[in-house]
Write a new protein. Sequence first.
Length: 110
Amino acid sequence: MVKTYLFLIGAIFCEVAGTMLLPVSQNFTKLIPTSFLAIFYLTAFYLLTFVVNKLPIAIVYATWSGLGIFTIAILGYIFFKQTLAWQAILGLFLIVIGVVLVNSYTIKLN
């Protein structure tokens, strides 16, 4: 089970890295960032193929997208100086709480 979650964390990392390269690629006109973006996204989906064999796809997608959104919001603040209203920040923390709850009960079921 630990290996499955490591693959999921790897998929989240790759998806976040690819998403952070979207503005850098400047509408896919910059070859190097666009190439890395594609590699990261393909790697994320490849890693997810191993995870969906062990966990329900609804749990996998909720975790992948929820933690990805949270991480991208933090990195957007750090690297792109983007800000969020306090309500949005609260919502992001609620997403993380939801992901933790969903995964806590999934582990007990397997």
